[in-house]
Design a protein around this ligand. Sequence first.
Ligand code: ADP
Ligand code: ADP
Length: 237
Amino acid sequence: MIQFSGVSVVYPGGTHALSDIDLEIADGQFVVVVGLSGAGKSTLVRTINGLVPLTSGSLEVGGRRVDGASRRQLRALRADIGMIFQSFNLVKRTSVLNNVLMGRLHSTPTWRSLLGLYKRSDKELAFQALERVEVVEKAYVRASNLSGGQQQRVSIARALAQEPQVMLADEPVASLDPPTANVVMRDLQRINRELGITTIVNLHFLDLAKRYGDRIIGMREGRVVFDGTGEEADEKV
Ligand code: ADP
Ligand code: ADP
C-alpha cells in the first residue's frame, strides 16, 4: 500500500506544489492521475520514490517510511520502484538489451556493470521483460534506431527488469501519437494485470485516463479534486 497522510510540498521558490494530500493506494491498483500542467502530478509521483522531499506530512510505500528515510533506505526503495518518463530516458547510443540491463543496476555491483559483466539471470530477466512488451526482436538494435513507441516500450522493459513492486509513469504517452499512446497504455495495463505491480500513471487527457484507469485521481493546484472511477468522472469532471 502507498499511503499519503497530510502531505505538502513547497518548492524552494515558494510554489505550493502539493497541499495536504491524503491518499491510500492499494497494492495492485492501476491509478491514473489527471490534471493540467502545473497541477502537481509529477511532484506527487516523485515523492513516492523520494525524489522530492516532503515539506510536511508522512508517506509510506509498502510499509516503508519515505519521509525521513536514510540514503541507504532510499536506494533500497528506488530499487523496488520502476520509473517511466515522457522522454523515455534511454541511452541512445547503446543497444536495447544494454538499456534494459540498466534496470538491473540496482542489484549489480558497479564494477561488474561497467565491464558489462551481468549475470546470466540478469540477461534472462532482461529478455523476459523485452518479450513482455513485444520488442525482443530489437534486443541488439541501437535504441536510437527505434520509433518513439518502441523506445517507450524498452523503457517499460527496463523498469520491469528491476522486478518492481511499484511502477511510476510520468506522462508516458505525452510525446506519442494517439494510436501509439494506446499501445503503450495497453502494455502498462496488461503488465499491471499479469504481474500485479501497483501502477501510477500521470496523464493530461481524461479520455485516456477513463479508458485505462481503475481509479482516477484528478488534481488541481496541488490538491485532489476528484477520486473515483471512470464512470464517476463522467458525471463530475
Ligand atoms: P504537473 O506534473 O501536474 O505539471 P508539477 O508537479 O510538475 O505539475 O508542478 C507543480 C508546480 O510546482 C508547478 O507550479 C511547477 O512549476 C512547480 N515546480 C515543479 N517542479 C519544481 C521545482 N523543481 N522547483 C520549483 N518549482 C517546481
Ligand atoms: P514535466 O512536467 O514534463 O516533468 P517540466 O518542464 O515541468 O517537465 O519540468 C522539467 C524539470 O524542471 C523538472 O525537474 C521539474 O521539477 C523542474 N521544474 C518545473 N517547474 C519548475 C520551476 N517553476 N522552477 C524550477 N524547476 C522547475
